[in-house]
Design a binder for this molecule. Sequence first.
Ligand code: CMC
Length: 429
Amino acid sequence: MSNVAKLEYNGQVYELPIITGTENESSVDIRKLRDTTGLVTFDDGYKNTGSTKSKITFIDGDKGILRYRGYGIEELAEKAEFMEVAYLLIYGKLPNEAEYTEWKKQMTRHSLVHEDVKKVFDAYPTGAHPMGQLMTMVGMMSSFYPNSQDPQKMEEDRNLTIIRVMSKMPNLCAMMYKKRIGHPVMYPTNELRYVEDYLSMTFGNPCEKFTVDPVVASALNKLLILHADHEQNCSASTVRMVGSAGTNLWATISAAIAALWGPSHGGANQEVLEMLQEIKDSGITTKQYVEKVKNKEAGVRLMGFGHRVYKNFDPRATIIKKSADDVLKKLGVVDPLLDIAMELEQMALSDSYFVERKLYPNVDFYSGIIYRALGYPTDMFTVLFALGRLPGWVAQWKEMVEEKQPICRPRQIYMGETPRAYQSIKDRK
Ligand code: CMC
């Protein structure tokens, strides 16, 4: 295979090196393009742009492959604990027993948040969207740890910040839920594992001992693993964009949470449930709803369908669909929304509109059904996505800092006015 690509422009031929990754994906190295040719590339939405080299996650969208550090998502979802996967993403290897014991110890040692955090938290209006609260709460944490504000500091300091971010996040996420239902905030319990502890802080209360349902813990463990990283998606790219300015990890994660909130990204899980509920409440058939989507009525999309990278199937959706079925059965929950989702899926998969555009169910299509069965209100769904995605964001940030990625600063194609003279206000039309 050739190791250069040739570009002919204005009668000259330029040779551009080809970079090939370990999975044989090739890219044209255009880093010198502007200097040598005066050209920049145009790729809005970065559909064809490799923004970084990375060793964290591999996706083959055509074949439906997703691997974290070389391990297939199916195997990890089946066998691993979320905290093992978090370690794998962040440090590049599955922890051995001693490393895992230490990692879990660190997670409990730092899980408390400063009591003053509650004062800020109290100031949010009841009913505020949890993602908005989470975004500001996480960003605010940098004020409690001024040492974290210089990420270029020693590796040891950086690592302490990573541990703090990872260990405090379940506590912060649980607070959102407590605020929503008006219950007192719960403290972490050190003898519980990460996922169990999070469930206990969410669904426990100070009046009685809380026992974690293993079915619920196992379902959540799987969901968090499936969400843990997804290479250069919108929020991970936000991490690299914001972090490239030398911004600290807390503030960078806050920016990632903002990106995730959007309905085209993580916010889709909330939108899916609302869509299913709307179909149920309005009494229209799934066929009628699909027609609305196909007619692009008021921009209506089939939420939970389509993906920028997966054009065949989303391997996470395949696992989640099966899991939704299992969890509902085990918990004895009968959810009519699951039937509507299955009907919608069947209809869309055999409809030429979706087939031609390669639109398949994505990770968000069935996850909401499980979250609902576990007892979460709809607006908490994206918070759960954030909790799951956190190790991925941290890993992307760590890799970016260690690889000394230059500040992100894309170019543009200016399409505005050419120079013109200022007019005094009375002369303006
Ligand atoms: N329903 C109906 N039509 C759709 C959908 C959909 N969900 N998604 C894409 N299309 C159509 C779109 O209208 C366009 O049609 P046309 O060629 O006639 O203009 C065509 O498919 C290509 O769409 P696109 O917006 O150019 O595709 P994209 O790769 O830029 O967008 C996407 C990917 C995920 C933003 C989009 O499919 C979407 O909006 N899906 C619904 C939201 C959703 O479920 N998001 C969660 C993504 S997975 C979780 C995560 O990783 O964030």
